[in-house]
Each structure stands twice: as C-alpha cells, then as structure tokens.
Design a protein around this ligand. Structure first.
Ligand code: NDP
Length: 253
C-alpha cells in the first residue's frame, strides 16, 4: 500500500548509512516526513537529497545520541519542524574496536555502551514524552542477533549492549502499552554495511559469516528496513515488547 504513512512523522537515528539510511528511505516511500539524526553533516545532507529525489520530505539534525542535551534538542526540533512524532527507529550504533573482554579499555567500553545502550534510552525517553502527549506512537530499537547470542569475535561490549536493548524494549513496552505506544526491537543477522566491513574485508571471516546464515548470504539493509516499516505500521497493531529476528536463519540453528 503506497502512502500509508501520509501525514506521519518518523525519526531515524543513525540515518547516515546502512540500515538507518535504508529505513529512512522506506519511511519516506510510505509517505512519512522523516527526521534524520547522526553526527556527520555531509552524509546527512546526502540522505536528505536521496529522499527529496524520490519526492519525499526529510530534515537532517546533527546529533550525537550519547549526549542527552543533543537528544533533547533533536526531539524539540522534530516537533517544531513537523508538529508531531509518530514513529522512531533508534538505530545509531557502533561496533567499537574489537578486543577480547579482558583487553578492552574502560574508555572503549563506555563509548560502545554510551552510544548503543544509553543512546537508545536517551532517545526513548524523549520520544515517549512526545508520544504520551499525542496519545500514541510506535518505536523500534535496533538490537542484533548478538542481542540473543554471543560471539568470540571480541565484541563483548557490543553484545552486552544489544542484549540490554532487548530488556529495555520489553520493560518500556510494558510500561507504555496502556498509552498507545508500541515498542519493539529488531535483531538483524549480519547485514552488508560499513559496520561489518572491518570483518568482511578479511575473505576468511566473510566466508565464515556467510556460512553462519542458512540462507547462504549476508543481508541487505533494505531487508531490515521492511521489518522496521511493518513494525511501525498498523499491520503490527497487536505487536509490542517483541524482538523480531531478520537473520536469514542465523538464530534458528
Ligand atoms: P553503519 O555504520 O552503516 O551505520 C551506523 C550509523 O549510526 C551511521 O549513520 C552513523 O553515522 C550513526 N552513528 C554512530 N554513532 C552515533 C552516535 N553516537 N550518534 C548518532 N549517530 C551515530 O552500520 P549499520 O547500518 O550496520 O548499523 C545500524 C545499526 O544496526 C547499529 O545499531 C548496529 O549495531 C545494528 N546492526 C547492524 C548489523 C550489521 O550486520 N550491519 C547487524 C545487527 C545490528 P555518523 O557516524 O555520521 O554519526
């Protein structure tokens, strides 16, 4: 159905590339006005241009999601610009520098948790405030298959943050279920984006990662974006507190 999000406003964090950019384009395709948040201005402006080329409406607001003042300013600007907030994809994330748990610095730990976990909570807090006033909305938090399983690739802070997002999603979903706000998570398998390039640049690691997906390939950002749009749509009106895998069978094994 085309334009089912006409008159709606969607916020996407981490919209400069990968899954966030694909999701922003998908929201715009469905007719929503889209607010894009990330740190690099030029990339943000490029995504706005991509959306405008398809006759969509978008605004980029430079934001570091780990900074509470910047997140408050983001939500304020969203409401000032478009008057409301219907959907939010809390997607900004980083893998950090890979290192075994005992060799990771405190600074690195704080940086990964600060963006991936605290950043999601800071956004959630401001989004819920607007949606409560409006009488409803739908929020999607970006977890991972590494929110359900571990890995020996040296990503313990990342794995911890993605597991925590699932817990945060369940708790917040229960707290706001009675107020018309649905809150879900998505757990993608390995998706072809800049995030996994350091790993997939090594052909052996790339083959191992492909082999871990029974479908026989890595995922595309657009395949995750479709799940985001579905979770936000009325088609998912009875779905909340759920973590949806989009993983080519990775976690079914
Ligand atoms: P990308 O690296 O392409 O995208 C990450 C995005 O987040 C960029 O737009 C980046 O823009 C933004 N970002 C990073 N840190 C911050 C910050 N502190 N504040 C605001 N924006 C930030 O990777 P993906 O698209 O793959 O990742 C998107 C999400 O999907 C992440 O949460 C990731 O953990 C998750 N995911 C990815 C998987 C994969 O295999 N690719 C698998 C499972 C989950 P900028 O640098 O300009 O701020």
């Amino acid at each position: 159905m085309i334009n089912r999000f006409e008159g709606k406003v969607a916020l996407v964090t981490g919209a400069n590339s990968g899954i966030g950019q694909a999701s922003a384009l998908a929201f715009a395709r469905e007719g929503a006005s889209v607010v894009l948040a990330a740190r690099r201005l030029e990339q943000g402006e490029e995504t706005v241009r991509l959306i405008e080329k398809t006759r969509g409406t978008a605004t980029f607001i430079k934001t570091d999601v780990s900074n509470s003042a910047e997140v408050e300013a983001l939500i304020r600007a969203t409401v000032e610009t478009y008057g409301r907030l219907d959907f939010a994809l809390n997607n900004a994330g980083t893998s950090g520098n890979l290192a075994p748990a005992a060799e990771m610095s405190e600074e690195e730990w704080d940086s990964v948790i600060g963006t991936n976990l605290k950043g999601v909570w800071l956004c959630l807090k401001q989004e819920i405030a607007v949606m409560t006033r409006q009488g409803g909305g739908s929020i999607v938090n970006m977890s991972s298959v590494l929110g359900l399983l571990g890995t020996s690739l040296g990503a313990s802070a990342y794995v911890a943050s993605k597991h925590a997002i699932i817990g945060l999603t369940k708790a917040a979903a229960l707290e706001y279920a009675g107020q018309g706000i649905r809150i879900n998570a998505i757990c993608p398998g390995y998706i072809k984006t800049a995030l996994i390039e350091p790993a997939t640049n090594n052909p052996d690691v790339k083959s191992q990662l492909i082999a871990a997906h029974p479908i026989g390939r890595l995922g595309n950002p657009e395949e995750v974006a479709e799940a985001v749009v579905w979770l936000c749509s009325d088609a998912a009106s009875f779905v909340t507190g759920h973590s949806l895998v989009v993983d080519g069978g990775y976690t079914a094994q």
